[in-house]
Design a protein around this ligand. Structure first.
Ligand code: MFK
Length: 558
């Protein structure tokens, strides 16, 4: 009989996710878990079954832009792939956005929502992108005080009815800067009465097929910089389906996220509604960024989990040199390191989700809110970077098969790579977190206290090393900040990424350790402790004081 290789298989993606289930058992009151678990089981079955099969079948489909109709009329229609059409419907029906706003489970609603998102994301080819931005827009509108938008638009963003559900884009990036948003050149003009019209080019607008968008523009006469921008709401099409003063120039040819119709737009008198004031647009859109960064972190944890789930299953089906890969000590060691990374990312992402839920339910005090302001960039940047590493290793675990398109595996790496880029690159978020740490002692000390609390909760000697490593990394990061602040701006900025990665990974290790102690006590399960021990050896303290920034100049000179 000729050799046949079985492909990797997925089971129910909730039922088989020991780390997620254990986390939810600890974080949710039993009666809440009992209520939400049937939904999670159902979505887990879909994600590992029918939806996964649809995803594989949809592999070659991409969004299509039709700019002209047969009779010469400019139409700029975007058609998304069949998987995305199904994902939009499912997302509405399953309340992927709505759950957070219905607040059925009070402060736990964000955990409920993101458990759904975590299961949904890896089988829907980054449909999480429009959902993230829709969620961010809903958050901005809900707290905007703009009665018109709250009444007319918000209900669409949080609807469970696919016919009523709208997604919203987030049009920020311009040629002048994806990071330096304050340099935006789009202009807003008042058109006679009180209708604002926008003129400019948006260079990278994800989910261009959305019914709405939040965007930034500079009211004429305003000063340069982020303060001179204002936040606007745009409804993209009129009642006949025609774009309202928007030209879609082309779709981007991206490395990954190929199902996401990312477009270059020209705004030529696009009617827009001012969301809040005529200035401080960057500050006004910040709540949206924090929500999309949270989605990014949850998506990172979810993609890592998918890569490891496939690699683990394959290791049991693939034999070489006389045994299965799962039986090979080096292969098992490699996968174990990835599993620990995925569990750490899950802890970080759901920790940030939990804090967000408490903030929205009015349960976070001022100190908690300041902690969250620092936690969000740290969680996003730490999980985004880890996702790229884990995705790369996960496809390598398949050998050559991981590099071949029709296995459906390479997309994990291509899509994973975006997570450290969009929504603030690792370096831009490092600088944001550095400045927050310097500006706000309360935020930094609250974070250090949280790490200390988690480490102190580890009574079991099997957790002694992780607890010690989390503590010492946090202490070292703080000491570096004090030292570098005295050394001047160049050293501070040059070391920002190592500082933030150390804080992010120390927090992840501390959270893993706390969870592991609970799991030992309550579930008699030693696996979370194994994840903490393994993660402790994956590189936590990345602080290096004796890197001389002058070396960078030497190294980069021609
Ligand atoms: C898988 C799902 C993922 C979701 C997919 C979505 C795909 C969408 C693709 C994209 O749209 S990618 C584009 C995303 N772009 C960014 O994330 C921008 C990255 N750049 C930054 O974050 C810069 O740090 C920033 C633009 C914010 C810097 O601009 P400025 O003009 O120098 O702002 P500044 O002075 O730092 O902050 C202005 C105000 O906003 C300050 O408040 P005050 O006016 O009260 O002093 C800040 O404190 C506040 N602020 C800034 N960031 C904040 C924030 N407040 C709360 N949270 C934040 N994160």
């Amino acid at each position: 009989m000729p050799f046949r290789q079985e492909p990797p298989r997925l089971g129910n993606q909730y039922e088989t996710d020991r780390a997620l289930r254990s986390y939810l058992r600890r974080a949710l009151p039993p009666e809440v878990l009992e209520e939400v678990e049937p939904e999670l089981l159902d979505l887990g079955e879909l994600a590992g079954g029918e939806l996964y099969r649809m995803q594989l079948a949809d592999r070659l489909n991409e969004p299509r832009l039709t700019q002209w109709d047969a009779w010469g009329e400019r139409v700029d229609l975007i058609e998304v792939s069949p998987l995305w059409r199904a994902a939009e419907r499912l997302a509405a029906e399953r309340g992927l956005v709505a759950t957070a706003y219905e607040r059925k489970h009070g402060a736990h609603s964000r955990l409920h929502q993101f458990a759904l998102a975590y299961l949904f994301t890896p089988s829907t080819d980054i449909y999480s992108c429009p959902l993230a931005m829709t969620d961010g827009a809903a958050r901005v509108l809900a707290t905007s005080g703009n009665d018109l938008l709250v009444r007319e638009v918000l209900p669409h963003l949080v609807s469970r009815d696919p016919e009523e559900f709208w997604t919203s884009g987030q049009w920020m990036t311009e040629l002048t800067g994806g990071s330096d948003v304050g340099a935006s050149e789009t202009v807003a003009r008042l058109d006679g009465g009180d209708v604002w019209r926008l003129y400019g080019r948006k260079w990278f607008t994800s989910a261009a097929a959305s019914q709405a968008a939040l965007t930034l523009a500079r009211p004429e006469g305003n000063p340069t910089g982020g303060r001179g921008l204002a936040l606007f709401f745009v409804e993209t099409r009129d009642a006949e389906g025609r774009l309202r003063g928007i030209r879609i120039e082309r779709l981007k040819e991206k490395l990954g996220t190929r199902k996401v119709p990312t477009a270059e737009l020209t705004l030529e008198g696009t009617p827009a509604v001012l969301v809040k004031g005529t200035t401080d647009g960057v500050r006004d859109i910040a709540p949206m960024l924090n929500v999309t960064r949270l989605w990014n972190a949850v998506s990172a944890a979810a993609l890592m989990r998918r890569g490891v789930a496939l690699a683990r299953d394959y290791a049991r089906r693939r034999a070489a040199f006389g045994s299965t890969l799962a039986e090979k000590p080096l292969h098992a060691d490699t996968l174990a390191g990835l599993q620990a990374e995925a569990e750490a990312a899950l802890q970080l992402a759901f920790y940030a989700a939990g804090l967000t839920g408490r903030e929205e339910a009015g349960e976070l005090d001022e100190q908690g809110a300041r902690l969250l302001r620092l936690v969000m960039p740290l969680v996003k940047l730490t999980t985004g970077r880890a996702a790229v590493h884990v995705a790369s290793e996960a496809i390598e675990a398949f050998g050559g098969a991981g590099y071949v398109e029709d296995t459906g595996l390479p997309v994990i790496l291509r899509d994973g790579q975006v997570l450290s880029i969009w929504e603030g690159t690792t370096n831009v978020l490092s600088l944001d977190a550095l400045h927050t740490s310097l500006k706000d002692n309360v935020a930094l000390y609250s974070l250090l206290a949280e790490i200390e609390d988690c480490a102190a909760s580890a009574r079991d000697e099997r957790l002694a090393i992780p607890a010690r490593k989390a503590r010492s990394a946090a202490v070292n990061a703080r000491a570096w900040l004090t030292w570098a602040a005295g050394e001047g701006q160049v050293k501070l900025e040059a070391g920002a990424r190592r500082f933030c990665m150390t804080l992010g990974r120390a927090l992840a290790l501390a959270l893993l350790t706390r969870h592991a102690q609970w799991s030992l006590d309550s579930e008699r399960d030693p696996r979370a402790a194994a994840a903490a021990r393994r993660f402790a050896h994956n590189g936590i303290d990345l602080i290096i004081s004796d890197i001389d920034p002058a070396d960078a100049n030497l190294l980069l000179s021609e």
